[in-house]
Write a protein that binds this ligand. Structure first.
Ligand code: HEC
Length: 127
């Protein structure tokens, strides 16, 4: 008697999970404000990483004019207004998980390194 009940609930459960939107990354518990105090050495390192990992799309200066043509117009990181609507946490999540044509950095970087990249992205608009 137990078996059909079990089978039925498995059926219900799998039906439920089918209705979940696919490919949504697990929600990260990301603070809105960058929790890492930037230090000169780490930022210099993150700038280098930006140069070889991000500049091809985002441009050496972060102005969105990299060498790789993109389907979408990239934001201009030198213009603070372009990133105004996004929290540090939003930027962190995009760098970590990727978005659209941007590949995720996720697994190969520590959170601290990702936060330092957020600082670098923000720094382009600080003169
Ligand atoms: C292959 C090209 C490519 C590379 C490499 C790349 N990005 Fe992006 N990035 C994009 C695209 C395209 C978007 C816009 C995504 C969208 O909104 O659809 C984006 C968005 C962003 C955003 C969010 C700003 C916004 O548009 O809202 C940040 C921050 C960012 N990238 C930082 C980085 C950093 C830091 C790196 C290097 C670790 C990097 N990106 C590497 C293509 C790239």
């Amino acid at each position: 008697m137990l078996k059909p009940v079990l089978a039925f609930s498995v059926f219900i459960l799998s039906g439920l999970s089918l209705q979940q939107p696919a490919a949504a990354p697990a929600p990260l518990n990301v603070p809105a404000t960058n929790p890492i105090k930037p230090n000169a050495e780490a930022i210099a390192k993150a700038k280098k990483v930006f140069g070889y990992d991000c500049a091809l799309c985002h441009g050496e200066k972060g102005d969105g004019k990299g060498d790789v043509p993109m389907k979408v117009t990239l934001k201009d990181f030198t213009n603070a207004a372009d990133l105004q609507s996004e929290t540090d946490g939003d930027l962190f999540t995009i760098i970590k998980n990727g978005k659209g044509d941007m590949p995720p950095e996720g697994g190969r970087m520590k959170d601290e390194e990702l936060w330092n990249l957020v600082s670098v992205v923000r720094s382009f608009s600080k003169k």
